[in-house]
Ligand binder design. Structure first.
Ligand code: ARG
Length: 864
């Protein structure tokens, strides 16, 4: 039996032959001919040629396969073209927020009410103006869908609006460019034929889809106009009894009368904790449109009532928005605002011999867009000195080192960011201090005092540092850098009977010579020191027992005892105080890691530098106090032992590793406490107040492993360091952040001020602190350290404190950080609280584990 095959759909069929026709005269074609479209009939099959049929079976399959493949290919091509065409021409919706200034209209009260006919009339005109404006820009005109005016405010009249565009994907960039170009331009009133409105300037910015007015929740939109002498209050819905709504898109339009500015204060603030990815957020804008370049502050998390959350506007309006994304339940905020007359002038002439001045509205956040100029003039013959007691001019996304946003400028030099108290002196009886605040983000500013001083004797009875600071004259040429710029130790004539003259001309006490510590800075005090018999001389001059050479431990500060050991262990180490780049190149600059400058050509000194910073909106505002501020030390960890509460501190160095002191994890069998067992410990991160461990900012973790240094000596406390792994990584937030780990070559120069923090006892034999305490202490020279605590100090230890006592760590601070601020403002883990004789006693400074010396060990154990 012959298997009648269905007619193939070849080119012939596509040329219109009917299936019937085909089946009548043409049963089979050679498949290649079908493919070629040839109409030549090669062969007719005899009706009963069963054998031949069988043979032809596979050929039919090939035909089918080819057909299927070509059909597939065809549909792929068609699909691709459809997709391409679709994509190419697909329109994307883009929304821009903006405002424009109308110069030929006067503001009337009815413009505040969006339901008034006056509002509607002007809004209509603004819409036409916008349409005309966009129409004149080819990259925008054809795609403009609609514009909606959301509010008006004084000046003459400012119209706030959003505009929607529907732009083909491939034209989006052009449109964006067009808007960029047109962002701010002054339209001469007559040069553009715009419908009856004169437009002074026009601004438009792309919108964060979350803040798009289209997504605004009408039931959570409020307009408040405060009256003269009145304080107007508002809160998040349900505050404080019920949490604010989930997925809220709320806004508060705040207004005052013309020529007034607004002062807004959050009295209570508690929203979901800040999180890098998704979080609830309150934002304040110096505008009635949520424009990022007009944002004054971005708030999330919880602020204690002591925080200064007062913000000033530059005009008579402010916009507060609340966007929530997390399902967390928090009460929200209670806020109040009032109006006050706009500052007619900021700054002024200061002609007294001494006085104070501050940024506008200090300690409230200064307003955006303000410039102040103080001209200080003191009696001729005298000079001026300004001391900034507090200084906070910090903006998010600010590039370190460049004061391109808010700044104070004195004698042509700009100052910005957050600074500890500092002094600026002039070389004449005049000084101009300029303060500039740009259009976005503000801070609480500065408080300064100025005084006139006799230029021939700037510091009566004292020594004047080149920085202008006065220090006691005994501190001059005493071998200690008391001026931050070392100027008290320059140009010294050393007293030969008890001082050594360094090559760089510093004078150092004679008994510091050949004490294995580079006190001069150029190592000249350690050069001419021979090492006796069984000792090895480090490259820096220090003598160590021969047995310590090549024992895999770094006993010479420069690692030279482990160099040339033939096992590769430090073979390529760099000379003392020089940093080794990944490429092996040595950089001779001190502490170059993460200082914001690329010192290694391979950039390795600036890698992994997401550390050692505090969140921008946390400020340490308790001047002279010992309580820390919330978020001031986000790497500080409290370690609680089961049933015993807080016992030790620790520092966060990565999402799941902590550094602490080994002596915290020594078992106490008499009391049946196995402190070496990780299960005993709970770590609290982001903690401020020990009684508030449930606070939303706190992250609680169990400890997965405790690794103490193998060479920790329970008797001498040598190598007092441990690393702890958390069971789950923490999430970085404003309250939880890692501290930078110093490179092994990181130096801690004697005299350097460092911070110690912890919840330890606040007095020897006293009680533990509830609120995290901070104390500023100074690095003490190793020789002095040996002298004060004889036979107890090893190279892994550093004394930090004051010889007079007074500030120190104490029981319960152990394991906690010594935070050292380096040039670029980042904090480095200089040490770990280890031990001390009593607490804060005279001549008994605290002793800390030198972290740089154990840097390689930390890396080996944690990979961090
Ligand atoms: N070993 C103490 C502790 O366990 C720390 C002592 C620090 N003492 C000092 N005076 N600095 O908490």
């Amino acid at each position: 039996m012959r298997n009648p095959e269905p007619p193939t759909r070849g080119p012939r069929a596509s040329r219109g032959s009917s299936v019937g026709e085909l089946s009548a005269d043409l049963r089979y074609k050679h498949h290649s001919q079908i493919m070629n479209g040839s109409e030549e009939i090669v062969e007719f099959l005899p009706v009963n040629n069963g054998k031949k049929m069988e043979k032809r079976g596979p050929k039919r399959c090939v035909v089918l396969l080819v057909i299927v493949i070509s059909a597939l290919l065809l549909s792929l091509i068609v699909g691709f073209m459809v997709w391409h065409f679709q994509y190419w021409n697909a329109k994307v919706q883009k929304i821009y927020n903006g405002y424009l200034r109308i110069t030929n209209r006067q503001f009337v009260d009815a413009y505040e009410n969006s339901n008034s006919s006056e509002f509607a009339e002007l809004a209509g005109k603004v819409k036409d103006t916008l349409a005309a404006l966009y129409g004149s820009i080819p990259a925008l005109g054809p795609y403009h869908k609609t514009s909606v005016v959301t509010a008006f405010s004084e000046g003459s009249v400012i119209a706030y609006y959003w505009s929607e565009f529907s732009i083909p994907q491939h034209k989006v960039k052009d449109a964006q460019w067009a808007l960029m170009g047109e962002r701010i331009f002054n339209i001469p009133p007559k040069s553009r034929a715009l419908p009856t409105l004169s437009v002074g300037s026009f601004v438009a910015y792309p919108v964060d889809p979350r803040t798009a007015q289209t997504s605004l929740d009408k039931s959570c939109s409020f307009a408040l106009h405060t009256k003269v002498g009145e304080v107007t209050h508002f809160t998040t819905p349900g505050f404080p009894d019920s949490p604010y709504p989930n997925r809220a898109r709320c806004q508060w339009v705040l207004r005052g009368d013309a020529d007034q500015v607004l002062s807004l204060t959050f009295r209570s603030f508690d929203v979901a904790p800040c999180d890098e990815r998704e979080s609830d957020q309150v934002k304040v804008y110096d505008s009635l449109s949520p424009l990022e370049p007009r944002a004054v502050v971005e708030l999330c998390g919880t602020y204690p009532p002591s925080y200064n959350l007062t913000f000033l506007s530059s005009q008579n309006v402010l916009l507060v928005t609340l966007i929530t994304n997390t399902p967390l339940r928090h009460p929200g905020f209670a806020a109040q605002f009032f109006q006050l007359p706009k500052m007619s002038m900021c700054g002024g002439a200061l002609t007294e011999v001494a006085g104070t001045f501050s940024s506008p509205y200090y300690p409230g956040h200064y307003p955006p867009n303000i410039d102040c100029l103080w001209n200080i003039e003191v009696p001729s013959g005298n000079n001026v000195k300004v001391r900034f007691k507090t200084f906070y001019l910090l903006e998010p996304h600010m590039t370190l080192g460049s004061c391109s946003k808010d700044y104070v400028e004195i004698n042509g030099e700009k100052y910005c960011g957050e600074k500890p108290p500092f002094v600026v002196a002039s070389k004449s009886n005049k000084m101009t201090v300029r303060f500039h605040s740009d259009a976005s983000y503000t801070d609480s500013g500065f408080l300064a005092e100025y005084l006139s001083y006799d230029s021939s004797d700037p510091c009566p009875g004292m020594f004047t540092c080149n920085t202008g600071r006065c220090i006691k004259s005994e501190l001059r040429c005493d071998g200690w850098a008391d001026c931050t710029d070392f100027s008290d130790e320059l140009d010294c004539v050393c007293n030969a009977t008890h001082q050594f003259t360094c090559q760089n001309k510093f004078c150092k006490p004679l008994f510091w010579v050949c004490d294995t510590v580079n006190d001069c800075g150029d190592n000249s005090d350690e050069l001419q020191c021979g090492c006796s018999g069984q000792t090895f001389k480090c490259r820096d001059g220090k003598c160590i027992p021969e047995s310590k050479k090549c024992d895999h431990l770094r006993d010479c500060a420069d690692g030279s005892d482990e160099a040339d050991c033939g096992d590769g262990a430090g073979a390529a180490s760099c000379p003392q105080n020089s940093y080794k780049c990944r490429s092996g190149v040595c950089v001779s600059k001190a502490n170059p890691e993460c200082d914001g400058m690329r010192d290694c050509s391979d950039g390795s000194d600036e890698e992994q530098c997401e550390c050692g910073t505090r969140s921008f909106n946390k400020q340490s505002r308790i001047v002279g106090g010992q309580n820390s501020d919330v978020g001031e030390w986000p790497w500080q960890v409290s370690l609680h032992a089961q049933g015993q509460g807080h016992l030790c501190g620790a520092s966060l160095i990565s999402p799941n590793w902590l550094v602490s002191a080994a002596h915290c994890f020594v078992d106490d069998m008499r009391n049946n406490m196995r402190y070496s067992d990780p299960r005993v410990w709970t770590a609290y991160l982001g903690l401020h107040d020990q009684s508030q461990r449930q606070a939303s900012t706190v992250q609680e973790r169990k400890v997965k492993s405790v690794i103490s240094h193998r060479l920790f000596n329970d008797f001498t406390f040598d190598h007092d360091i441990a690393v702890l792994e958390l069971d789950q990584p923490v999430t970085y937030s404003n309250w939880v952040r890692p501290i930078c780990l110093p490179d092994a070559t990181h130096s801690l120069p004697p005299g350097k001020a460092i911070w110690v923090t912890g919840w330890g006892l606040t007095a020897e034999g006293g009680t533990g602190a509830v609120v995290l305490q901070k104390g500023e202490i100074r690095v003490i020279n190793q020789t002095t350290c040996h002298r004060l605590l004889p036979q107890q100090i090893t190279p892994r230890m550093v004394c930090v404190g004051f010889l007079n006592g007074g500030v120190d760590a104490c029981q319960g601070d152990s394991g906690g950080p010594l935070s050292s601020m380096e040039d670029n403002g980042r904090m480095f883990l200089a040490g770990v609280v280890s031990w001390g004789e009593g607490c804060a006693r005279r001549d008994k400074p605290g002793v800390y584990t030198r972290v740089p010396l154990l840097r390689d060990w930390i890396k080996e154990k944690t990979g961090v």
